[in-house]
Design a protein around this ligand. Structure first.
Ligand code: HEC
Length: 370
């Protein structure tokens, strides 16, 4: 899940006042270390080794989270876990068997507990969830994902057209991900009638993270994608050639909940008479905030998209896409993004309303956690 850094910053503003009254009365006079706090408050259920105790012995219905499982633990940002520990499981749509510690422990103490909990996953190759920045509408992020995204791009001028895209992404290994993109669309005929269900060019890609650093807040990955000529060219939904698309993506956390995505790549059509070589570069700058520190995350962003066909001496195309992403459910693994694509250089191209619904399926079923 995304965006917990900023909830952290909001949360820590509150911690100063809570700390002196709550923590000192519940626990001892001198400040306890993260390990001591964990041992007192959490180890009973989550185990001194972090593996999570037995449901049977504890008399619970739900197994307590296993913090030694890097595949699970690395992708959850501290902010989400502090929210769960402070407010209890239900705040993120989890079981009430995960108690709320907000009365007993300050956010600062919970942060210490988290720093200790992080030591249970011993393989630091896994990119941390904090680097999973909110997804933009077009720019591809560097972080590998287990998610499904349904997007619609709706032309709002001239003859109408709707292009939809289903993107399925699945992680494998510590730093890799495969993705499949299936576009399909509807177009409006000159007479006003719609023709529908045209298949577009199916794309398959593999992404690998080459660099990530939690302290500097940066992540870099390379992706190789093959776009197959499965599209209905007669209706304008295919290029008629296989296209190879290598690209690089970079993500950077910025202060105060800010973030930046950048992506650049090339498209090489195998049949050069069907389409031209094209270079593209994209960036998205945004900021996440939580009006209620434990609630929904809003992430407004602006994307700038540039592309150029390499041979024909055409102009560079520039588009701007202001947009806002919001988490829809308590678990924050279902998100909506709505934006508007404005051609900056060339009034001949259509503006588009762009929308996606994103389901981070690793975090639970679509209908879980509301
Ligand atoms: C009474 C038992 C119990 C105690 C004590 C307890 N937990 Fe939990 N915890 C659970 C259970 C059960 C779950 C699983 C909830 C679910 O999956 O619905 C859980 C889940 C979690 C999660 C996982 C949320 C996720 O993203 O899946 C975190 C983080 C967590 N606990 C942190 C803590 C911390 C920190 C403490 C100590 C301050 C603590 N827990 C103490 C029972 C407990």
């Amino acid at each position: 899940m995304d965006k917990s850094d900023q909830s952290n910053s909001l949360i820590s503003d509150r911690s100063g006042s809570e700390q002196s009254s709550d923590s000192d009365t519940t626990f001892t006079e001198h400040p306890l270390s993260g390990k001591e706090l964990y041992t007192k408050a959490c180890s009973n259920c989550h185990g001194t080794d972090g593996k999570g105790g037995s449901v049977k012995q504890l008399g619970l219905q739900t197994p307590p989270a296993n913090f030694t499982d890097c595949n699970f633990a690395s992708r959850e940002p501290d902010g989400d876990w502090i929210a769960v520990a402070h407010q209890g499981g239900p705040t993120r749509g989890f079981s009430t068997e995960m108690p709320a510690f907000g009365e007993a422990l300050s956010v600062e103490e919970l942060q210490k507990v988290m720093n200790y909990v992080r030591s249970f996953c011993t393989n630091k190759n896994w990119p941390r969830g904090e680097l999973n920045l909110p997804r933009a509408l077009v720019t591809e992020k560097a972080y590998p994902e287990d998610e499904a995204v349904f997007s619609s791009f709706i032309d709002v001028e001239n003859e109408g057209g709707v292009t939809n895209e289903i993107v399925y992404e699945q992680r494998f290994g510590v730093r890799n991900q495969v993705e499949i993109v299936l576009p399909f669309g509807y177009s409006q005929m000159p007479g006003g009638n719609w023709s529908g269900g045209h298949m577009g060019d199916l794309a398959i890609g593999v992404k690998r993270v080459f660099y990530h650093n939690y302290n500097s807040g940066s992540i870099f990955s390379l992706t190789g994608e093959v776009i197959l000529p499965t599209g209905d060219t007669a209706s304008g939904f295919g290029s008629g050639t296989t296209i190879l698309e290598p690209f690089a993506s970079f993500g950077q956390l910025l202060p105060a909940g800010g973030f930046l995505h950048a992506q650049t790549g090339l498209e090489y059509p195998v049949l050069q008479d069907k389409a031209e070589n094209e270079a593209f570069w994209r960036a998205a700058l945004g900021k996440s905030f939580n009006p209620n520190p434990w609630g929904r995350t809003w992430s407004p962003m602006v994307e700038i998209l540039g592309s150029k066909e390499l041979e024909s001496g055409t102009e560079i195309h520039w588009d701007a896409v202001p947009q806002i992403q919001v988490t829809l459910n308590k678990r924050q693994h279902i998100m909506l993004n709505v934006g508007y694509r404005i051609p900056v250089d060339d009034a001949g191209r259509d503006s588009q309303v762009m929308v996606y619904i994103l389901w981070d399926w690793f975090d639970g079923g679509f209908f879980e956690g509301w």
